[in-house]
Design a protein around this ligand. Structure first.
Ligand SMILES: Nc1ncnc2c1ncn2[C@@H]1O[C@H](COP(=O)(O)OP(=O)(O)OP(=O)(O)O)[C@@H](O)[C@H]1O
Ligand SMILES: [Mg+2]
Length: 263
């Protein structure tokens, strides 16, 4: 990090800081009917520490595929993904798995909670997988549950929770290992609008309180408008001229951009 003569962090440090996540000219092809079809086309952008960025685009525009590539779940066909400055293309499978476990939290549309485990066991699962001491993290996990208003549900199993509660549990689980980045694939897609708004509010407060960078894929312009920036993906390509950068902007702005894209 850049330091000033007094050894204090420089005010210029943020201008040169390493991005939490960076996509550089990322392509992803898939084989469809024995043809190589581009699903993600030349996508470049970065997410800095504590930033909240939304991605919108029509169904089939490549949002989930892009998230998979960004998470190192599948390699880019061309281009680079950097996580905290580390090129995923240079990491072997073991290193990729370690990066995913410790640096990225995932939130999905269909919660993916383990039905046989209690809320507390689901939330602490990433810590167990990392071999971390649950005792050492007990107070922090309790705080996390309380921040997400699920502390009273700690001993319940997922079947006894509402959709909104399940999603809050999955947010707590995604944050258990204190990753610097949350990747969210339509986390409100399966929730009522009231619960969806609550989840987005919580994501925003997670960013503010814990400094976690958030990349949110959503179909909902209201959710997208909660972010600092909205990026639009159309047919696998990022629509630079349509992006909403550095607010303040509102839902109407997002709608206007969607309309301009014919979405
Ligand atoms: N395993 C696969 N093999 C071949 N084509 C695929 C595969 N997975 C996805 N696709 C295709 O890639 C394109 C992008 O899919 P993707 O799931 O990334 O879109 P999306 O933007 O997330 O859509 P949605 O909003 O419906 O979730 C689609 O045309 C889809 O049919
Ligand atoms: Mg998708």
């Amino acid at each position: 990090m850049t330091t000033s003569p007094g050894n204090e962090p420089s005010v210029f440090a943020s201008a040169t800081q390493t991005a939490v996540l960076e996509a550089r000219n990322v392509f992803r092809f898939r084989t469809v009917d024995r043809q190589q079809v581009p699903i993600v086309k030349d996508v470049s952008f970065r997410v800095d520490a504590g930033e909240f960025v939304s991605i919108m685009g029509p169904s089939g525009s490549g949002k989930s595929t892009l998230l998979h590539v960004l998470a190192g779940l599948e390699p880019p066909s061309a281009g680079d993904v950097l996580l905290l400055g580390e090129r995923l293309g240079d990491a072997n499978e073991e290193r990729l798995a370690a990066l995913r476990r410790s640096k990225i939290g995932f939130i999905f549309q269909f919660f993916h909670l383990l039905p046989d485990l209690t809320v507390m066991e689901n939330v602490t699962l990433p810590l167990r997988i990392l071999g971390a001491s649950l005792k050492k993290h007990r107070d922090r996990v309790r705080e996390l549950l309380s921040m997400l208003s699920i502390e009273k549900l700690a001993d319940r199993r997922p079947i006894a929770l509402s959709g909104g509660e399940m999603q809050r549990v999955s947010i707590a689980r995604a944050l258990a290992a204190e990753p610097p980045l949350l990747l969210c694939d339509e986390p409100t897609g399966n929730l009522s609008s009231k619960h969806g708004e609550e989840v987005v509010r919580l994501l925003d407060s997670v960013r503010t309180r814990l400094g976690t960078a958030i990349l949110l894929v959503t179909h909902n312009p209201r959710d997208a408008a909660a972010a600092d920036r909205v990026l639009f993906l159309h047919d696998g390509a990022m629509q630079k001229e349509q992006s909403l950068t550095g607010g303040p902007f509102d839902v109407a702005d997002v709608f206007r951009r969607l309309e301009a894209l014919g979405i």
